[in-house]
Ligand binder design. Structure first.
Ligand code: ADP
Ligand code: ASP
Ligand code: MG
Length: 325
């Protein structure tokens, strides 16, 4: 079984969602992990800010533009009026859910529930589109199996047992769809794996089911040797080891969530970075095979605080840090 994760830009328009549907509709048994439509999570963050201020006018304004953008997407994505009506009713369900929070006190619990609406929406739209195309798929809700523990680490045992139970109940099914990013915490509340967390979801799922491969489909042809947002003429890297990729991700290569390589590395599952716009390009293969001992890429990160500690009496001293914090 393989995992295919599609990021925000890969589902960023009706055309992109149609392309994803074509890419996933083959005979390989797989779990498709979806991000929210690009821009959606940022809009939800803005809505949350307005909700915290109890600024109902701002919330209404943001929800109106959110709804009209999705109505356009629905118009372009579906062929039949019946499918459009179904999609619109999903959309209003999500929007009314968010709207209902304007009446109550707004807390981090509601905030996380609002943030979850993006992935819930994109996955239901893809699934409706697949069913309109006559492609059979089963939605396995991430909130039914993805959980983090009290240290905010994936609850491996919980994820493994619940996910395998859901899959075992659908032996005949080839195509499963689920949401990236969202999960439950150890209180059972809706939570998330932090921004960009859908990559992490894909890797956690891959490890939980012993997948043969985790594919991360995005808007660029693999990990480049430098950050293409800053440096010109960067080029993709064919191969990276888990350690190299994890280090680049941790130190700012936005293409991967900082923790996303760890579960795959632990289970030795190759991670392939692919471009949704150019599926024919080889992308980057991340595995335990090294292509040699040379510098592969450079990454950069803003907002780092460096603390320099100097002490005259540190020579041969141990336990220094423990004493100073
Ligand atoms: P997705 O929405 O598919 O998760 P992201 O925006 O999170 O996509 O990640 C892809 C982006 O990461 C690329 O468009 C690129 O601008 C940025 N990026 C930063 N560093 C790198 C790098 N070293 N190689 C490739 N992409 C990088
Ligand atoms: N939608 C979430 C975000 O924008 C998660 C993801 O895209 O991976 O951060
Ligand atoms: Mg991302």
């Amino acid at each position: 079984m393989i995992i295919q994760k599609f990021g925000g830009t890969s589902v960023g328009s009706a055309e992109r969602i149609k392309a994803v549907a074509n890419l996933i509709a083959d005979d390989t048994r797989k779990i498709v992990v979806l991000s929210a439509v690009s821009g959606t999570t940022n809009q939800l963050v803005q809505i949350n800010k307005a909700l915290y201020k109890q600024d109902k006018v701002a919330v209404e304004g943001l929800l109106t533009s959110f709804e009209s953008a999705y109505n356009q997407l629905i118009q372009d994505l579906f062929i039949s009026e019946e499918s459009r009506l179904k999609a619109k009713s999903h959309l209003s369900g999500h929007i009314n859910h968010i709207r209902s929070f304007t009446l109550d006190m707004f807390t981090p619990f509601e905030e996380r529930t609002v943030l979850a609406q993006g992935e819930l929406l994109s996955s239901s739209l893809l699934q409706l589109h697949l069913s309109e195309k006559g492609v059979k798929s089963v939605l396995i809700p991430a909130l039914d199996f993805m959980r983090i523990d009290q240290n905010n680490e994936p609850d491996e045992w919980y994820v493994k047992s619940n996910l395998n139970r859901l899959l075992d109940a659908q032996q005949e099914t080839k195509l499963f769809v689920t949401q990236g990013y969202i999960c439950r915490n150890h209180f059972g509340e809706v939570d998330n794996l932090k921004r960009g967390g859908s990559d992490y979801t894909a890797s956690i799922i891959g490890a939980a089911i012993g997948a043969s491969e985790v594919q991360i489909w995005t808007d660029i042809d693999g990990m480049h040797n430098n950050d293409p947002r800053i440096v010109e003429k960067t080029r993709p890297i064919d191969r990276l080891t888990f350690d190299e990729a994890a280090e680049l991700a941790y130190f700012g290569a936005k293409i991967l969530h900082p923790s996303s390589i760890l579960p795959a590395r632990k289970s030795n599952i190759p991670v392939i970075l692919k471009n949704t716009m150019h599926p024919e390009k080889p992308g980057t293969v991340i595995s335990n095979v090294s292509s040699g001992n040379f510098i592969k890429a450079v990454a950069a990160k803003d907002g780092i605080t460096a603390i320099k500690i100097k002490s005259d009496r540190m020579f041969l001293a141990y336990g220094f840090f423990a004493k100073s914090v």
